[in-house]
Design a protein around this ligand. Structure first.
Ligand code: GRG
Length: 295
């Protein structure tokens, strides 16, 4: 099996588990379930769950026992995109080639779908029925890693800095901080939680963190570049929204050419960090694939 086939197979497993977790029990709030499923099954690349499961595997853990955490992480990511698209944030009409959640449902349903996905993620991670194969302490530590990365010290904090930039702060420092929190924190949490669930040692945790921080930043710089010069058909949304929204981006600070070099340096550093693991060729491939992605 080649790496692409393994990636696809892992995505299929994640999708199957997500379908199970998003099967409605009872009859209340059918519309909310529909709105949640609309975005969870809307064509996401599943990068974060794949990272979590692979870091669990290369650290000697059992990926199947980490599946609930991988699904929870994808739900948190999905909630962040639903809320990011809202009129009070980026006010986007399209994502992944389809109308955004609030365009299909309503603004209040989209807010609730995001809230409900965030809560369901924690319900899944903290449900003893989903964590039978791991110790309670390990499950709590993994859930804590993901919680911290999602909230004020991570993604939500980064989103706030991005929305309410304070004039006078150095752009280069600011853009790095925003990206590290808004995008990098959840990607790092994926790698860290995978290691935690496999009870990896400090050396492996540090290496996973170094890999994730580097690919996380490269991922965001690539995202900035795609918004500037990507193909709207492949991206499934119009380009140019960062410039229109006067967003602070890596290309606006460093220029397009330098951004290409930064992505390749960061990818190289991520791959170097994998020396701490045996059998990490899939993660090498993934870092390279993300650097070359077109959507
Ligand atoms: C609303 C709390 C809150 C946070 C929003 C994630 C985010 C913070 C904003 C999204 C803005 C954005 C486009 C960031 C760039 C990096 C990023 C997170 C891209 C989307 O992730 P992908 O490419 O998405 O993994 P898919 O569609 O593949 O799931």
């Amino acid at each position: 099996m080649d790496h692409q086939q393994r990636f696809d197979l892992t995505c299929d497993k994640v999708d199957e588990a997500l379908k199970r977790f998003l099967t409605q029990s009872g009859t209340s709030a059918a519309l909310l379930f529909e709105a949640m499923r609309y975005s969870v099954f809307g064509g996401g690349k599943r990068i974060r769950p794949v990272l979590l499961l692979e870091f669990c595997r290369v650290s000697g853990g059992e990926p199947d026992s980490a599946l609930p955490f991988a699904c929870a992480l994808e739900m948190i990511h999905t909630y962040s995109l639903i809320h990011d698209d809202l009129p009070c944030m980026d006010n986007d009409d399209m994502r992944r080639g389809r109308p955004t959640n609030h365009k299909v449902y309503s603004e209040h349903t989209a807010v609730l779908a995001g809230d409900a996905l965030l809560n369901l993620a924690f319900e899944i991670m903290l449900d003893p029925a989903n964590t039978r194969d791991i110790s309670a302490q390990t499950a709590l530590t993994a859930a804590h890693t993901i919680a911290r990365a999602s909230g004020v010290y991570g993604m939500a904090g980064g989103q706030c800095l991005d929305m309410d930039r304070v004039a006078g702060q150095a752009p280069a420092q600011m853009v790095a901080q925003i990206h590290a929190l808004k995008t990098g924190a959840l990607i790092s949490a994926a790698a860290q939680a995978g290691c935690v669930l496999a009870r990896a040692d400090e050396k492996k945790l540090d290496a996973a963190n170094a890999y994730a921080c580097n690919i996380g930043l490269a991922f965001q710089i690539k995202d900035d570049l795609l918004d500037l010069e990507g193909d709207p058909d492949k991206l499934g949304k119009p380009v140019g929204s960062d410039a229109a929204g006067h967003k602070l981006t890596f290309p606006s600070v460093y220029g397009v050419e330098h951004c290409g070099k930064l992505i390749s340096n960061l990818t190289g550093r991520a791959i170097e960090a994998l020396d701490a693991f045996e059998d990490a060729s899939f993660l090498t491939w993934l870092a390279q694939r993300l650097a070359l992605r077109e959507r």
